[in-house]
Design a protein around this ligand. Sequence first.
Ligand SMILES: *[C@@H]1O[C@H](CO)[C@@H](O)[C@H](O)[C@H]1NC(C)=O
Ligand SMILES: *[C@@H]1O[C@H](CO)[C@@H](O)[C@H](O)[C@H]1NC(C)=O
Ligand SMILES: *[C@@H]1O[C@H](CO)[C@@H](O)[C@H](O)[C@H]1NC(C)=O
Length: 387
Amino acid sequence: MVANLSIGVIVLLICTLSLLFSANVGRDPEPTRSSKVVMLSCGESAESGGWRPSSAPRSDWPPPTKETNGYLSVRCNGGLNQQHINMWMMLQICNAVLSARIMNATLVLPELDANSFWHDDSGFQGIYAVEHFIDTLKYDVKIVGMIPDVHKNGKTMKIKAFQIRPPRDAPIDWYLTTALTAMKEHSAIYLTPFSHRLAEEIDSPEYQRLRYHALRLKPHIMKLSESIVDKLRSLGHFMSIHLRFEMDMLAFAGCFDIFNPEEQKILKKYRKENFAEKRLIYNERRAIGKCPLTPEEVGLILRAMRFDNSTRIYLAAGELFGGERFMKPFRTLFPRLDNHSSVDPSEELSPNSQGLIGSAVDYMVFVSCPTFSCQRTMGRATSPTIS
Ligand SMILES: *[C@@H]1O[C@H](CO)[C@@H](O)[C@H](O)[C@H]1NC(C)=O
Ligand SMILES: *[C@@H]1O[C@H](CO)[C@@H](O)[C@H](O)[C@H]1NC(C)=O
Ligand SMILES: *[C@@H]1O[C@H](CO)[C@@H](O)[C@H](O)[C@H]1NC(C)=O
């Protein structure tokens, strides 16, 4: 199995920062060029400063073709820990939607891989509003629950999807050649694993738009997220960030040197148990840019960008490794911190804050804000692959 540690969310953070920054210095508020990761930044309201959501098509966008080239089925595989899987799943689902559009194919509702990391068997229907999902995307792609049988000469036949393992970050070209050829031959293809199987850099703003428009969560998650966003907005400007300073990321990246012996032991054990063996020179990792920024470093960057200590920051869930020792310097720089449990007016999240719903809400806090795409700035440091 290939597990993928997706683009570190720190990338999102950097995107957020650069967007806020570019907005602050009054540059083009509408970055639509080739993009990497969606991010958000939250101001007073969605309309503020001329920013607008990027989900509406801006140019000619024909409906899906009547003739389908075949069925596209994908298996979304999990990330490395529960808190992030929701997000990786979402990105994969968005990619599945886009791949189907590119190929003029009919998308079969994605399979979610409930692997050992994901102790939640709710599956696609449990998390996403299926009808809403299909309906919202009807102008973009055709979606079916399963591959229908074919009836031919009075006989009913099942279509067996042809399984393919896509190359990592496959370009659109791969979908239009290898995948499409197989699809036309077999009527249906099944892509697995699917994490990181469609290049992030695609030179079409409309495709990028579709990618991030593709997902709607179940209504109650939406409602909860909306109430949190409303509450946050009612308190004024805020910024959302996800400090990707977490055990899986640190263990994977081999960033041990700043931790004490016990912490190093935990990280090394986690690394050994979860990742393929690979020789890394641990003492070098930070120097060569392979480690996630510490909370303090993130704080210093923000301060250097002239966000002062009155800036309200919403921290997306995710357990910070090393705890208070690393969080304290950040809190000193930015004392006004919020998270979903501190903001949630319904208190529904408090007992549940580490679960899927919590991370779904965090994600929605991001995407409920005006959404922007931007160029990756620190991808190398934070998008490792494990084979
Ligand atoms: C998909 O359909 C559009 C519109 O009919 C067409 O321009 C495009 O070439 C088709 N692409 C594929 C891969 O079939
Ligand atoms: C922010 O910094 C100023 C100046 O250093 C200080 O007076 C103020 O108390 C700080 N505010 C908070 C909320 O820590
Ligand atoms: C959320 O913030 C509260 C209050 O600041 C804190 O006690 C709690 O540990 C935080 N929860 C998470 C999941 O970080």
